[in-house]
Ligand binder design. Structure first.
Ligand SMILES: Nc1ncnc2c1ncn2[C@@H]1O[C@H](COP(=O)(O)OP(=O)(O)OP(=O)(O)O)[C@@H](O)[C@H]1O
Length: 246
């Protein structure tokens, strides 16, 4: 398996508190991974480090075939290298249609003015149709995004990220606030996306993680406590102790 992301021995402290402690994490080029852990385990900080928002005090982060260092690159540069991140709250342009949102998001076509003055090429419209199909919004392309359900907005935002063709997609609690049917669709979207790129899903909902049916990394106190299938990690005594607060 080709390694896409290799985080080694990374630590970061905030005012003397070690939020990430000698963390190592490897990710293949086309892999789906769930990251779980109790509150304060370091999940958000881990994503902040990969995207360049937070700078580690020590350790290395290697990226891609050439193993370039992500440390020292700006957040914008890391995004251009192919790291996409989806936050919990969807941030779509509510007064624009689903199609316009996806068009704006297409690679090299970023910024709101692009959608206003630029006439999309047939290939771009085709790409938008394909993306809408992937995220289950093909029948909603002409609707204003503000009219979509919470789940549909989340899918649209995933579609907007996919439009930029990230090599790694970091997704924060995608299932929060979704209905059961929406969760199932979200699982399918993420599983499909991970066939051609790396996808890391941070999630609290164990049922959702089970449906993802992927390798799971358990974080605790800023380090990897256990890694493997969900059944493997949830039968680990240390994991049980941490989750039951013993
Ligand atoms: N900017 C900061 N300044 C000070 N402390 C911070 C900062 N960011 C995070 N922390 C602390 O680092 C620890 C890890 O936080 P982090 O948000 O990464 O955990 P998490 O696993 O994402 O938690 P949750 O599941 O609650 O979102 C926590 O104890 C948090 O209070």
């Amino acid at each position: 398996m080709n390694t896409l992301l290799e985080v080694s021995g990374v630590s970061v402290s905030f005012d003397g508190f070690r939020a990430i402690n000698n963390l190592s994490f490897h990710m293949g080029a086309a892999e789906l991974r769930a990251v779980i852990g109790p509150n304060g385990a370091g999940k958000t900080t881990f994503m902040d480090i990969v995207t360049g928002k937070t700078r580690p005090d020590k350790g290395t982060i290697r990226w891609g075939e050439k193993g370039i260092s992500l440390l020292g690159l700006s957040e914008a540069r890391i995004a251009r290298e192919g790291v996409g991140r989806k936050f919990q709250k969807p941030t779509v342009f509510e007064d624009q249609t689903v199609r316009a949102n996806l068009l704006v998001a297409l690679r090299n076509r970023r910024g709101p003015f692009a959608a206003l003055w630029w006439k999309p090429k047939p290939a771009e419209l085709e790409r938008v149709d394909a993306l809408a199909e992937t995220i289950g919004l093909a029948a909603h392309l002409d609707r204003k995004s503000g009219e979509l359900s919470h789940g549909q907005k989340q899918w649209l935002e995933i579609g907007m990220l996919l439009a930029q063709e990230p090599k790694l997609l970091l997704v924060d609690e995608p299932a929060a606030g979704m209905t059961v049917a929406e969760r199932e669709k979200t699982t399918a979207i993420l599983v499909e996306a991970a066939k051609t790129r790396a996808v890391v899903v941070v999630e609290h909902d164990m049922e959702f993680v089970r449906r993802l049916n992927c390798r799971v990394t358990v974080l605790h106190e800023g380090s990897v406590l256990a890694e493997g299938s969900l059944d493997h990690v949830t039968s680990n005594k240390d994991v049980i102790d941490v989750y039951l607060g013993r």
